[in-house]
Ligand binder design. Structure first.
Ligand SMILES: NC(=O)c1ccc[n+]([C@@H]2O[C@H](COP(=O)([O-])OP(=O)(O)OC[C@H]3O[C@@H](n4cnc5c(N)ncnc54)[C@H](O)[C@@H]3O)[C@@H](O)[C@H]2O)c1
Length: 340
């Protein structure tokens, strides 16, 4: 007998993007099961829905098959977001990060196959590596540095995840949709693991110098979590998305120096902006991407994705969130790398 309510599992549901997804799914009427080990996520990210009668929370790792089987039993859909995110984490704990990002994904795909759920896999624009094409589309080449440089292992692991997901679709018929998120920002994102917007906004709010790495002319296209999350759900629900990858990126290309200026203007901060050479910010031999610009045509055509939130609005929301949560007042613990 078919249930009216969709039972959706969100791995990484206590994280930045995952917690926004959980809120949207509950609003839509889904039963939502969160599986998270709280390594980078926080229980407080789910504070707004904590007592929701359709929310069930499991604390555990996606690398543990019994835990994943328990959380996914009877699920209709699995949104797989759990991952070691940010190059800092990968560099500090390369083995556990690789295990989470490769083995964890295989465990989730297998559990979904066993229970008959479809899967949305959160991948990343990092898979394109150093490709600086005008518009990166889903079939663009990957240009990566040596696999012996830990900096590239996040990209390598996510690439393997995509290959696993695609093989499950091709060989075993598991309905899988892959999304490639570009730099996504919004409330609840932390600057601790290398995300540039909350890091610079936090510095601005504390009236500290905004530290921009390299020559500051490298560009990114930031997207807002409130634009991306509904598109994730629409793609997951769309039968034509199966077996394919979809970019979900921002519309406005901005250099890191311009980003710093925009943050100063929005927050009203009088902090100076200082350039920090890569070799001071990171270990020798660090490689950055000069630019990363998405082609969102495929996701626009299928589900009407439009990254409509202006950058200044994103900055304002991040600043309000950091100020309200009190996290702007403490300096982040680690050196941060603007990679997501
Ligand atoms: N934020 C971005 O700009 C961005 C860009 C590209 C891709 N992504 C992808 O989106 C997803 C969500 O990222 P985010 O930015 O919300 O990061 P996040 O760190 O806030 O979320 C990741 C969540 O996964 C959990 N987690 C980590 N290891 C786990 C494990 N072994 N078992 C269970 N849970 C585990 C963490 O506790 C955290 O709650 C990730 O897959 C990431 O690779 C994010």
């Amino acid at each position: 007998m078919s249930r009216a309510t969709t039972r959706s599992v969100v791995t990484g549901g206590a994280g930045f993007i995952g917690s926004h997804l959980v809120e949207l799914l509950l609003q839509r009427g889904d039963e939502v099961i969160v599986l998270d080990d709280l390594s980078t996520g926080k229980a407080s990210n789910l504070a707004a829905v904590d007592d929701h009668p359709r929310l069930e929370k499991h604390q555990g790792s996606v690398t543990d098959p019994a835990t994943v089987r328990g959380a996914t039993r009877g699920a209709d859909r699995v949104y797989h977001l759990a991952a070691a995110v940010g190059v800092n984490l990968i560099v500090d704990s390369p083995l556990s990060s690789l295990r989470t990002n490769i083995h964890g994904t295989e465990v989730v795909l297998e559990a979904a196959r066993e229970t008959g759920a479809d899967v949305l896999l959160a991948s990343t624009s990092e898979v394109y590596g150093k490709n600086t094409a005008d518009r990166l589309h889903e079939d663009s080449d990957r240009i990566l540095g040596s696999p012996l440089l830990s900096r590239w292992t996040y990209s390598a692991a996510k690439g393997i995840d995509e290959a696993f997901a695609h093989a499950y679709w091709n060989e075993l018929g598991l309905p899988v949709t892959i999304i490639r998120l570009f730099n996504t920002c919004g409330p609840r994102q932390t600057g601790r693991y290398g995300m540039v917007v909350p890091r610079l906004v936090g510095q601005a709010l504390r009236e500290e110098p905004l530290t921009v790495y390299g020559d500051g002319r490298q560009t990114r296209c930031f997207s807002y979590v409130g634009d991306v999350v509904p598109a994730m759900v629409a793609l997951a629900e769309n039968k034509q998305s199966k077996g394919q990858a979809f970019n979900l990126g921002g519309a406005e290309e901005v250099s890191m120096l311009d980003l710093a200026d925009r943050i100063l203007a929005v927050t009203g901060s009088s902090s100076p902006v200082v350039l920090v050479p890569y070799e001071e910010a990171y270990s020798a031999g660090y490689e950055d991407m000069r630019r990363r610009v998405p082609d969102n045509t495929r996701s626009h055509r299928l589900v009407g994705y439009v990254p409509s939130t202006p950058l200044d609005t994103m900055i304002r929301h991040v600043a309000e969130d950091l100020a309200a949560s009190g996290t702007a007042s403490s300096a982040p613990a680690m050196v941060e790398i603007p990679v997501s």
